[in-house]
Design a protein around this ligand. Sequence first.
Ligand SMILES: Cc1ncc(COP(=O)(O)O)c(C=O)c1O
Length: 398
Amino acid sequence: MSILDQIKEELPWLGNNKIYDLTRGKPSPNQLLLSQKLIESISQPFEMDGVDLRNYGTPEGIKSARNLGSTILGTEEEKTLALDNSSLTLMHQILACSYFLGFNSSKLTPESKFICLVPGYDRHFKLLENFGIEMISVPFLENGPDIGKIEEYIAKDSSIHGIVCVPRHSNPTGHTFTDEQVDQLFKAVQPNKENFMIIWDNAYACHDLKETIEQSSASIIASSNGVEDNLFILGSTSKITLAGAGISFISSTTENLDQFISYRNSLTPAPNKMNQGLHAKIFSQLSVFDHMAELKKLILPKFELVESYLLNLKKMNLCEFTSPSGGYFFSFESSNNNAEEIINACGEVGLKLLPVGSCFPYLRDPNNSNIRLAPTFPNIEDLEKCMEIFSKVVIKLN
Ligand SMILES: Cc1ncc(COP(=O)(O)O)c(C=O)c1O
């Protein structure tokens, strides 16, 4: 009997043609319901901070929403813009702005290269690839980015014009950078600082599930290393309120932000201030951190469940993984370098996983070992079934 037939026999509920899915880091319907209730509990404001939310204008975002962004990201309100849905779109726009207009200390060219920490976020890599930017992979070490490698690459290549990082609960590895690492990283990029962009995607800034180290302001560490002009901090409420219908934020130096607003003025006559007003009103009545504590109650049991399955596989020497202290993902490393086979076999019995290599530039996982698991979306019963399938496949294929 084939391995797949054995699994089907051992898991009779697989026959119901249901597709189980651990591909994307999406909030579950229960998480979204929490936000829906908050929205239903208030009336939509039409005016705030002396601004008519219904009209064009205020390209930097309304003050209350900028304040919300600065609270989430730990940045200064005056140096934080509140814009439309999706920080990923902001990343696209700052790359485009750098490419076409340039910032003070960043001008992308067709020869530009970026350092990408791996495993990392697939959409970052696809976006850089779409811009024709050559990506240089730097693998994470156990405790964080391999800063020695970054230093080495930058020292010998002046066409490395950027790096993309997720400094807290990194997608998918869960790494959270210490202040010391941030300081070393900012020192490492100094040789290319005349033309360099540090994209600091703080998508999981306040998404702790367990005790996580405190981080100082990246802007202050950047200033003390003279690279404040190179730093572009991004974030959003996508995984705080409604994914796809939140507010995004960007923080950088005043000059960079002015240049960015000037660039954006030809993209849109105004951000969606109605949504900004809605979010600002909700979080004037409820602390965003209290809301995150409610979301944690829904997410943490799912992380504990996945962890129990992975620990079991780890004890059998079938994988490595680090227990994430927050964020949205687990990063599974197959001990036998057969990620592709595992992904394909899971797919055949009804569990969808990202294609092999998804967390690497150009989809190239050099060890054929990494699989990202995104546990938030399924309900806990379905998640358990996902992990039953996954574990059985891993065990049988090894
Ligand atoms: C690291 C990271 N950045 C950005 C995003 C997307 O955020 P947004 O919805 O604000 O574009 C995600 C979503 O998974 C992410 O993991």
